[in-house]
Design a protein around this ligand. Structure first.
Ligand code: UDP
Ligand code: MG
Length: 325
């Protein structure tokens, strides 16, 4: 790499955009991004990841490779938004990496502010909070719940987890791709790998065209990804529940023994209550054992998730275009 190139990549901004059935939005997206980025007057590149779109998205994206800044990553199938972004991360060259959605809900005009915030305080991650979020109530309420649960579980205070318009330092991105995690949630993952994190307010717009790729079903899956990849809380709850039941059982048993001594054998329905007490203890123990098993299965699960989180079919465009294909 020549010295000129080295300086280039140190100053370079990389944009990563996951694309899934966004044919109506792509040319407008490209137009706005290009006008913002040329105005910045510094080296930049954009990685557009086609996440197995079934419409004309890939074709349109390939057309964009006439611009030297554009590279298109074609995945073998639909891996989901976060895996698509990770695959984009694996080929970025810039020092600051910015992710945004392809549907223009994240206005590209906010990009310079993200870069400014990052460079001013030498941050690792710049998070964002959507001001005046333009989504239906039906879409906002589940995401409010997602935000709340995410805060509780990960213990990281991020106000808005869902907004993908975010900036990451190269080292944070490298750490994220090196952990090869399946079904992950990038904003949460980033909090593990970056120290200096700050949030700024950004605008949010209506979807430009097409419809959301997140029906309720996918949203629930995403929520579970978040819970399951970042904590063992559900399993722990079973364990705690088991301990709690056992304690109640023991206390009940003690109470029954005492009551029997005071009131005689007639009380407590000839031992039926005692049976309940014993059952409580056993049921509790069973839950506890289940939780313990789950705990180990969870650990194994984390170990065996070595499956590639995405497979790149081909990369189009970029400065080396034509050289390797
Ligand atoms: N997306 C993707 N793969 C998917 C679903 C979505 O790459 O399986 C992309 C989509 O093209 C968009 C972004 O992720 O750029 C956010 O998706 P969408 O706008 O549907 O989500 P919402 O804004 O409704 O949360
Ligand atoms: Mg959207």
């Amino acid at each position: 790499m020549s010295t000129e190139n080295m300086e280039d990549s140190q100053n370079m901004i990389s944009l990563v955009v996951p694309v899934y059935n966004e044919e109506e939005n792509l040319s407008e997206l490209m137009r706005r991004i290009r006008s913002v980025m040329t105005a910045l007057a510094r080296p930049w590149e954009i990685i557009l990841v086609d996440d197995g779109s079934r419409d004309r998205s890939l074709e349109i994206l390939k057309g964009f490779t006439v611009y030297p800044e554009v590279r298109v990553v074609e995945l073998t199938r639909n891996y989901g938004q976060h895996a698509a972004i990770l695959s984009g991360f694996s080929v970025v060259r810039g020092e600051i990496i910015i992710t945004l959605d392809a549907d223009l809900q994240n206005p590209p005009e906010e990009i310079p502010r993200l870069i400014e915030a990052m460079e001013k305080d030498d941050l690792d991650v710049v998070g964002t909070i959507r001001k005046k979020r333009k989504d239906s109530l039906f879409r906002k309420i589940p995401s409010r719940i997602v935000n709340m649960v995410a805060r509780k579980i990960t213990g990281v205070h991020m106000t808005d987890w869902g907004c993908m318009l975010r900036a990451y330092r190269r080292k944070v991105v490298e750490r994220m791709i090196s952990c090869h995690e399946h079904s992950t949630f990038i904003p949460a993952l980033a909090t593990h790998f970056g120290k200096r994190i700050k949030e700024i307010d950004v605008a949010h717009e209506e979807r430009h065209g097409g419809k959301s790729n997140y029906p309720l079903r996918k949203l629930i899956t995403l929520q579970f990804d978040l819970v399951a990849s970042f904590s063992e809380l559900p399993i722990k709850l079973i364990m705690y529940g088991g301990v709690f039941l056992s304690i109640i059982g023991v206390l009940f048993g003690i109470f029954l023994a005492a009551a029997r001594l005071i009131y005689g054998a007639h009380w407590a329905a000839q031992g039926v209550f005692t049976l309940f007490a014993i059952m409580f203890v056993f049921v509790g123990m069973q839950f506890f054992a289940l939780g313990l098993l789950g705990e180990y299965i969870g650990r194994i699960y984390r170990e065996v998730r070595k499956r590639p989180e995405y497979v790149i079919e081909k990369v189009y465009g970029g400065p080396t275009a034509g050289a390797d294909s």
